[in-house]
Design a protein around this ligand. Sequence first.
Ligand code: NDX
Length: 256
Amino acid sequence: SMQCFPSLVLALSSLLGALALLQLSLYLRVPSRYGKHEERLCRPRGRLPARCAWFLQELPSFLVPALLLALRSPPRLEPLGCRLLCCLFCWHYFYRTFIYPFFTRGRPFPLQLLFFGTLFCIYNGFLQGYYLIYCAEYPNDWCTDIRFTSGLLLFLMGMGINIHSDLLLRQLRKPGEVTYKIPQGGLFTYVSGANYFGEIVEWFGFAIATWSLPAFAFAFFTLCCIGPRAYHHHRYYLKTFTDYPKSRKALIPFVF
Ligand code: NDX
């Protein structure tokens, strides 16, 4: 049966960190090509409706850790911290897989990115799940440790901001519409990438709560993936809407 190989965790986390840097270098200058940044001029490639694409792409991030947790023999009951943290990860991806896609009004998603996105979700779902279920060791009072409590609080706040902002974006369109408008309300009052800000806070909170290399690598990856995207969204809005609120920042309220 499976066991913990610390060197595997180290290798997979390092590769995730390297992918994050690759991503940063690729997407600082040009945005990843989906949604409002899809090249209209380039040769038309295959696309899948946003619903199917987001469902398929994010499913492994829910399924892989959930299966690892369910199938572990003997079942891991101690410490409580491990199961709780694994459930937090699955909870986010339950939302992202089974709720978010069914309400999205996004444009069809490019197949090529869907392919890489799915690979990424398998990889990361395995790394986070495997680490928490087979490797992580926490003292029995981890649930009262300041890292666990403050991290959990950040995670919940981030998730709240992310879900609320996703909802505000969705309400900008009627079903079938594909136009872009100026997002209003919630944290969009302060930043163009409110949903991304929430997601980044969420995964840094998760990293603090788990206090683990894989989770910090994933938080860093998230920052490098959607941080630049927030910046490109911001530039897009400034270019497209002459009445775009001047005080609004790209990603971090009042700062950047
Ligand atoms: N999926 C994470 N890299 C990504 C898919 C793309 O969950 O090859 C990472 C995720 C993947 C990426 C994923 C990993 C890296 C990949 C990349 C593709 C290339 C890249 C694989 C897996 C890669 C290397 C080189 C390393 C291999 O029509 P529309 O779609 O624009 O409509 C939008 C709408 N909307 C508006 N409607 C009206 N008016 C406006 N002004 C509007 N602005 C937006 O709202 C959408 O329907 C919706 C949201 O749009 P947007 O652009 O704000 O968010 P989006 O980027 O689509 O993300 C959706 C949610 C969001 O909450 C975000 O936080 C979360 O997913 N997310 C997204 C990406 C990654 C991620 C989280 C994470 O890293 N944790």
